[in-house]
Design a protein. Structure first.
Length: 243
């Protein structure tokens, strides 16, 4: 009986030690995972902070003009570029009174192109815009201003620099066979872009480049007399756009 009692006591002590060990292990594990979770949260917050700081610093550039150091925030780059193009539009509008009606007409026709931004955001780019509209809605005000200015500028840029006004097409020329395709030539960029956008994996910007190139070729086919003006105007605007 004495041996049995000792065995029971020994078993109870062992069981107690095992329970204490398990409790200590559970407590240690809990503390370990709690520490890991806390550390992970701190690292995540630290990473977010570094990302925000990097993004903020990335959008700023510093350059030196003479002895002065100038800082620029790229948050407004698209707005500034569109405003500069609109300023050029205003200058041409003032200097070319005979072309004002044409500038206004073309500018109002090209302005709705700014509403196509959802096709390019964010698959092509995600610009910083007023009120952060591009990120929140995929629309923006800068694109409307940009499209308005570009339409008017490209219409009169060639004649503004060379002083040559394009003559209306004569009645005889209008009855030539190729002029039957004018409407198709005007619609060809939209048709080609729609086909490429919905049926190919191309990025929308490449689809638009191909569509506009085909539209230019179709226009040249209908109006070969405009080839020089088209090429010159395109090159001039390309230079202006990148400057």
């Amino acid at each position: 009986m004495l041996e049995l009692s000792r065995a029971k006591n020994s078993g109870g002590e062992a069981e107690g030690r095992a329970g204490a060990t398990q409790s200590e292990f559970t407590k240690t594990s809990s503390n370990f995972f709690k520490d890991q979770l806390t550390s992970g949260i701190r690292q995540a917050r630290s990473g977010e902070g570094r990302a925000r700081k990097f993004r903020k610093e990335r959008l700023k550039a510093q350059f030196i003009v003479g002895k002065h150091q100038i800082s620029m925030n790229y948050d407004s780059a698209y707005l500034i570029a569109s405003a500069l193009l609109f300023l050029i539009w205003l200058i041409l509008y003032v200097l070319k009174p005979q072309s004002r009606r044409k500038m206004l007409l073309v500018s109002f026709l090209t302005t709705p192109l700014g509403l196509t931004e959802p096709l390019f955001v964010p698959s092509y780019w995600l610009p910083f815009t007023l009120f952060d509209l591009a990120r929140r809605t995929r629309f923006d005000l800068e694109s409307l201003l940009f499209s308005f200015a570009v339409g008017g500028i490209t219409t009169v840029l060639y004649e503004s620099l060379w002083g040559k006004l394009r003559k209306p097409v004569s009645v005889h020329e209008r009855h030539q066979g190729r002029h039957r395709f004018h409407r198709l030539a005007l619609l060809s960029p939209l048709i080609v872009f729609g086909i490429l956008y919905f049926l190919t994996p191309f990025n929308p910007i490449y689809s638009s480049i191909i569509a506009m190139t085909i539209g230019a070729v179709a226009t040249w086919f209908c109006r070969p007399d405009l080839l020089k003006a088209m090429l010159t105007g395109s090159i001039l605007f390309l230079v202006l756009y990148f400057v």
